[in-house]
Design a protein around this ligand. Structure first.
Ligand SMILES: [Zn+2]
Ligand SMILES: [Zn+2]
Length: 213
């Protein structure tokens, strides 16, 4: 809807001046009353300052065949608003669509933000897990190498123990041999020690026998 440049509102009963400017009928009437100087027949248009006549011609004094060519300077106008109403409806629709789109975009931005935040949280968790996984892997390989070392040491001790065991067996065998040798020697010694006694005994028996003879 067009607006009146005097009251700056929607046109009410619009009228048009000869210069083509449109005002509310009441606004233009007030302007004419206020701007008319003395008995002058013209008033200046409030927009373009072009004077226009304000006297209504007395038609009855004119011949009938020219009367239809005489028109008042200020005329009532009828503005076709159907087109502008359709445009207004389209504008309203477009505005509501824009509002919906803006809301949709805000929703999308918010959901995008929350998704981004969740993604960052997941990233953080993944990073922490990866870090702890690395630490666990390090600890595991450390333990493994320690275990390996311990196994090596155990193997070494086992070998030493086996060596000692073998040496022990050899020593035992040597000892047994020495013992048996010692027993042999003891027997021989005892035999040697008993020989004179035997001899003496057999000699005395021999002497007794001789004496009896
Ligand atoms: Zn007005
Ligand atoms: Zn004008």
């Amino acid at each position: 809807m067009a607006t009146c440049s005097i009251c700056l509102s929607d046109l009410q009963d619009p009228v048009c001046t000869p210069c083509g400017h449109i005002y509310c009928s009441q606004c233009l009437s007030f302007h004419i009353l206020a701007a008319r100087v003395g008995e002058r027949d013209t008033v200046k248009c409030p927009t373009c300052r072009v004077p226009f006549p304000i006297v209504t011609p007395e038609l009855t004094t004119l011949p009938k065949h020219v009367q239809r060519f005489i028109t008042p300077s200020v005329r009532r106008v009828y503005i076709d608003t159907t087109h502008s109403q359709a445009l207004q409806r389209q504008l309203t629709r477009a505005k509501s669509q824009i509002r919906e789109l803006v809301k949709e975009s805000q929703d999308l931005q918010a959901s995008n933000l929350s998704k981004k935040r969740k993604l960052e949280e997941v990233d953080g968790v993944v990073n922490r897990l990866a870090k702890s996984h690395c630490q666990l892997l390090e600890q595991y390989s450390l333990k493994k190498s320690k275990l390996q070392e311990a196994g090596d040491v155990t193997q070494e001790w086992k070998e030493r123990y086996n060596d000692l065991l073998e040496a022990n067996v050899a020593k035992k065998r040597e000892l047994a041999r020495a013992n048996s040798e010692a027993a042999e020697w003891k027997r021989k010694y005892e035999a040697l020690f008993k020989l004179p006694v035997k001899l003496a005994k057999s000699r005395s028996i021999h002497h007794q026998a001789k004496a009896r003879q």
